[in-house]
Structure formats: C-alpha cells, structure tokens
Design a protein around this ligand. Structure first.
Ligand SMILES: Cc1cc2nc3c(=O)[nH]c(=O)nc-3n(C[C@H](O)[C@H](O)[C@H](O)COP(=O)(O)OP(=O)(O)OC[C@H]3O[C@@H](n4cnc5c(N)ncnc54)[C@H](O)[C@@H]3O)c2cc1C
Length: 391
C-alpha cells in the first residue's frame, strides 16, 4: 500500500466507526439490561447489524459481502463494544465463514456465501469444544461415519454458542479413529450442518445459563445425518482448517476487548470528573486518577498489538504469535479496566443501572474463550521462545 492508499483505508475505517457508533446509539443500556435479565437474544440488534452489512465485512464482494480488511472488521467489533453493546451475539457470523471461504469448493462457496452475506443464512455456531476433551481438541469424541451419500454423526458438543439462533453450524468431528489416523493431527473433518434440517432429526440443543447473557448451549447428536456434499475440504484434514481460522477469531475478539476497555475508561473518566466527595471531584485524587491512567496505557499497548496482528493477517503473513498476544493482552486490558471502573464508581459500580457490572461479566469470558490465557502462554513458550512443550 502506498501512502495515499493507507490514508484512504484510514478514512474508510473512520467512516465505518462513525456508522457503527450511530447504529449502536439506538441500542442503549436499557435494551441490554432487559435482555441480560431474561438471558434473551438481541434479535433486533443483530438484525440491524446484518441489514447494515457489517457482519458481511470479511466476505469478498464476488459473494455479496463488503470485502473489507481485517482492520476494518476489527474496528466494527471494537466500536460495538465501546458503545456499550455486546457483539458476542453475532461476532461469529463474521469469521466462521472463513473456513468455507478458504477450504470450501467453488460449488460450496457459491451455495452458501451469498446467503450468509445477505444475512438470510446465519452461520454463527461453531461446534468444537466437548465436555470430556476440553482444550485438548484432538481428543474429541464426536464421530461422523460415512454411510453412502451421508455422514452419520454421534456425540456431544458443549459451549456451542448461538446454536439456537443460527441456521448453520460448522462442526468438527472424528471421521477416522485416532489409532488409525496417519498423524496425530489427522482424522478430524469439518462438516457444515444445516440445523434447520437436523433439529428433531438427531440434533438436540439445550441452552446453558451462564454468568453473562451469551446464548450458549450444549448440543447432542444422535444418528444425525449430514449430506456428504457438506464436507468442507478433504476428509481427515479438518483440524488444520479449524486452526487456520483461529487467527481471525483471536484478532476480532481482541478488538472487542479493546472496545470494552475503552468503554470502561471513558465511563470511569467521566464519573471521576463529576463525582464530588469531600468537596472536590474524586478524579482530583491521584489515588483515583492513576488507576484510570494505568488502564488507559495498558489498553493502548494492547491496541498496538491488535493492529500489528491485523496488519500481518491482511498481508497474508504468519500472525499466530501476534494474534495470540493481541488476544491475551487485550483480554487482560479489558478486565483490568473493568476492575478499575468498578473501583472508581465505588458502590454504584455494583448497581445494574450503570451497566458496569454487566460489561464486567461479559468481558470476563475472554480470559477463557475462545482460548484460555494459559494456552496462549503455552503457545508463546513453545512456538516463539523454543521452550519444551508442556503438555
Ligand atoms: C460462554 C462460552 C462460550 C463458548 N463458545 C464456544 C463456541 O461457540 N464453540 C466452541 O467450540 N467452544 C466454545 N467455548 C469453549 C471455550 O473455547 C473453552 O471453554 C475454552 O477453550 C477452555 O476449554 P475448557 O472449558 O474445556 O477448559 P479446560 O480445557 O478443561 O481447561 C480448564 C482450565 O485449565 C487450564 N489448562 C488446561 N490444560 C492446561 C495446560 N496444559 N497448561 C496450563 N493450563 C491448562 C485452562 O487454561 C483452563 O483455565 C465457549 C466457552 C464459554 C464459557
């Protein structure tokens, strides 16, 4: 990119940020508080984002998407969170399709991507984690056995978020028994499951109530039949396909954490300027202003790493370490900013009406999902620092 193009890209992103902010202004705290109480899905918000085309940001124009860059997509997620909204209800619509885009056949792309781009088809469910295997994905037990023109799927997934609000699920299942696979990382395959066909015919979805409003579920497969034509890529190579999508997921979720941190910092700064105790604004005390300044510095440092990871991703370069570090640092920054915000507000930080406790619960997730902090540290230790693998 030459300087003029860089400026264009920056201007475009500034416009996108403004447009997202304007949309989010229609979904204030009361909207989210009510949903949070009921643990209900933000249907109206997701529809508005879909109609505005934001969730199709990363789908190329030839399939009806906006063909935007990773930096633009990250800006969308960041602004949603910085506006006090919660993009977790739909962020997956942005990146799960990447597996179909990168590894699907021409026919599969033509069949699925335009509908996903238009928002008529929701691909928001990602079935990887299982109750017994946890982070050790290669130990997963759900099987998909070939039977003529179908795969027959049996097993269970857990934490399959948004399954009740999605038409399609990207599923990772074992197609070759572990002991018969040529390599440890082979024998798993990716299937695109049309849940509209499968519900009640071998597919059962049960919601899990969680700390925050997240529409997550456990999913049971009992002889669920999936057309063999829905196999993405080559049979047995699915683990590699899932891994290749993880950098995008990490960068986008890191951007969400930056948005959360900005929201907390903005709230705390405004309150510290206005709240008068002992006859002066609390923000006049260094004991109050320093934690806010520290949270700001921590957020800005993490933001740089998010930008670096996104730039490497866009350039088609390896960004495994940067995407992981961005997620680690941004999740730490948002949690630290949330903690600081509660402290700045004192008792009011605990009151529902201020949204701080809700945002704190929402941002806590990112220390654990989609990958936990420990596993990122293990990745860096092994792959970046050349330390022995610890597990
Ligand atoms: C609300 C929510 C939504 C989610 N959405 C999805 C989804 O849509 N799709 C999906 O597939 N998954 C989803 N997940 C699952 C999520 O990715 C996992 O919870 C996460 O990867 C951690 O796996 P686990 O819960 O099985 O923890 P475990 O693997 O059981 O680990 C438990 C703890 O032990 C630590 N640990 C484990 N092994 C090691 C080790 N070798 N070294 C150091 N520490 C270790 C972990 O860091 C963790 O803190 C979601 C989870 C939640 C809570």
């Amino acid at each position: 990119m030459n300087d003029a193009n860089v400026q264009d890209a920056t201007d475009d992103i500034a416009h996108i940020r403004e447009a997202v902010r304007a949309l989010c202004a229609g979904f204030p705290g009361e909207y989210w508080r009510e949903l949070d109480r009921e643990r209900a899905y933000p249907t109206r918000f997701v529809q508005a984002l879909t109609d505005a085309g934001f969730l199709a940001a990363l789908i190329p124009e030839e399939y009806g998407g906006s063909g935007l860059t990773m930096r633009a997509a990250a800006a969308i997620m960041e602004e949603i969170q910085a506006s006090g909204c919660n993009g977790a209800a739909c962020h997956a619509q942005m990146y799960i399709m990447g597996t179909v885009l990168r590894h699907g056949s021409a026919a599969q792309k033509a069949r699925w991507l335009p509908g996903i781009a238009r928002g008529e088809l929701r691909l928001q469910a990602f079935g990887v984690t299982e109750p017994t295997s946890g982070t050790d994905t290669l130990s997963l037990r759900t099987t998909a056995a070939r039977d003529g023109e179908h795969y027959v799927v049996n097993g269970q997934k857990i934490w399959t978020s948004r399954a009740e609000h999605s038409d399609l699920m990207l599923l990772l299942a074992r197609t070759t028994p572990r002991e018969q696979a040529a390599k440890r990382t082979e024998g798993l395959s990716v299937l695109l499951v049309d849940m509209r066909d499968a519900k009640g015919k071998g597919l059962t979805i049960r919601p899990i109530r969680t700390l925050m409003n997240h529409a997550t579920t456990e999913v049971f497969f009992d002889d669920m039949r999936v057309p063999a034509e829905n196999l993405i890529g080559e049979e047995g190579m699915g683990f590699r396909y899932i891994l290749s999508g993880m950098n995008a997921e990490r960068i986008l979720i890191a951007a969400e954490c930056i948005g959360d941190a900005k929201w907390f910092i903005e709230k705390a700064s405004a309150y510290a300027r206005e709240r008068v105790v002992f006859g002066r604004p609390i923000g006049k005390n260094q004991g109050v202003q320093f934690p806010i300044a520290r949270a700001y510095a921590q957020m800005r440092a993490a933001e740089l790493m998010v930008h670096e990871a996104a730039a490497l991703y866009e350039a088609g370069r390896d960004c495994g370490a940067e995407a992981n570090m961005a997620k680690l640092l941004a999740a730490d920054a948002s949690w630290a900013a949330g903690d600081m915000c509660v402290q700045t507000f004192g008792g009011f930080g605990f009151a529902e009406d201020f949204d701080i406790e809700r945002k704190l619960r929402e941002t806590r997730l990112y220390q654990v999902a989609p990958i936990s902090t420990n596993l990122i540290l293990s990745y860096l230790a092994e792959h970046t620092l050349g330390l022995p693998r610890s597990y």
